[in-house]
Design a binder for this molecule. Structure first.
Ligand code: FBP
Length: 304
């Protein structure tokens, strides 16, 4: 146990030993073990975006076992996926890497202006598969957000009682927001705060832009001179908005892009005090050796 991991665990002192043990596992696995930083591999895009959009660029990625192997070879802290992908490999890879079961998912075959994911797994499934955590997506900004908040309240209560960690993907989206507003700094900071208030141990958001969506927020950002000019400034503000930095906040990777662009973004997240990244398409859409190399380079940035 390092001092940093002990410090992070002290923020979760309301949790039972099982949950704290699983936070410890997440923080003590892979190439970033002990640093307090995390790089997680998420592979729910087959469900969220469809198989061809997700896997055709690197066909071995159609195979669920490929992702367990990638997460292991890349030294990730954890691997997150929906029920089907985890069931396909959890027994073979039992105990080798912490797993996060995504308990809700949505597809893009029906375009809802107000999205709400379906429950696609249970806390019992997570326990049966030996997972360290459950994952859940909320869409603040959707007219159906309150139903999602109520679902995660119940699931989080049950997961925490059974010693699991709760990871919330907080993705502002829906008719309450403009397209630009989905990644606006005020909205992303607000989405991170909502996830923390819902009891998330780990919050995942998209890297925010300089845009400020809400008129009322714009005045405060100007009056209080909240720095939002660089990605590092914005990440710092999101981390501060997550209980003054007392919650683990990680940032998602986004669509496939060049390694230099990704690494520049990671440098910004690191400089702003972000706890890490969850990188899906930018890893599994590359051939395995390239993906491992990129994930190692990302981890090296977080190692400072
Ligand atoms: P990526 O690195 O591929 O963006 O994965 C992170 C993630 O949160 C996935 O878990 C999820 O499927 C995806 O982003 C959602 O992306 P989008 O908002 O573009 O549908």
């Amino acid at each position: 146990m390092t001092e940093r991991v002990a410090e992070i665990l002290s923020w979760y002192d309301a949790d039972c030993p099982g949950t704290r043990g699983n936070i410890f596992r997440l923080l003590m696995t892979g190439r970033l073990a002990g640093t307090g930083r995390l790089v997680i591999l998420p592979v729910d895009q087959g469900f969220e975006h469809g198989p061809a959009r997700s896997f055709a660029r690197n066909p071995p990625a159609y195979d669920p076992l490929y992702h367990f192997e990638l997460a292991l070879q890349a030294g990730c802290n954890a691997y997150a996926a929906p029920l089907g992908f985890l069931e396909a490999g959890a027994a073979r890879y039992a105990g080798r890497i912490p797993l996060i079961l995504k308990l809700n998912n949505s597809d893009t075959l029906y375009k809802d202006k107000d999205p709400c994911s379906a429950l696609t797994g249970s806390v019992e499934d997570a326990l049966r598969l030996g997972c360290a955590a459950i994952g859940f997506t909320i869409y603040p900004g959707s007219s159906l957000r309150n139903a999602m908040y109520q679902q995660i309240r119940e699931l989080a209560e049950s997961a925490k009682r059974r010693g699991l960690v709760v990871v919330v993907w907080s993705y502002p989206r829906g008719s309450g927001l403009s397209k630009q507003g989905e990644t606006a700094i005020d909205v992303v900071a607000y989405a991170a705060q909502i996830a923390c208030q819902l009891g998330a141990h780990i919050v995942k958001v998209k890297p925010p832009t300089e845009h400020v969506e809400q008129e009322e927020a714009r005045k405060v950002y100007a009056e209080q001179k909240i720095a939002i000019g660089t990605l590092a400034d914005r990440v710092r503000h999101v981390v501060q908005s997550s209980f003054g930095g007392r919650r683990i906040v990680i940032f998602s990777g986004g669509e496939a892009k060049g390694s230099d662009d990704i690494l520049n973004e990671i440098r910004g997240i690191h400089a702003g005090g972000g706890f890490g990244s969850i990188v899906g398409r930018n890893s599994f859409q590359r051939p395995l050796p390239e993906a491992v190399k990129l994930l190692h380079a990302i981890q090296d940035v977080y190692r400072g």
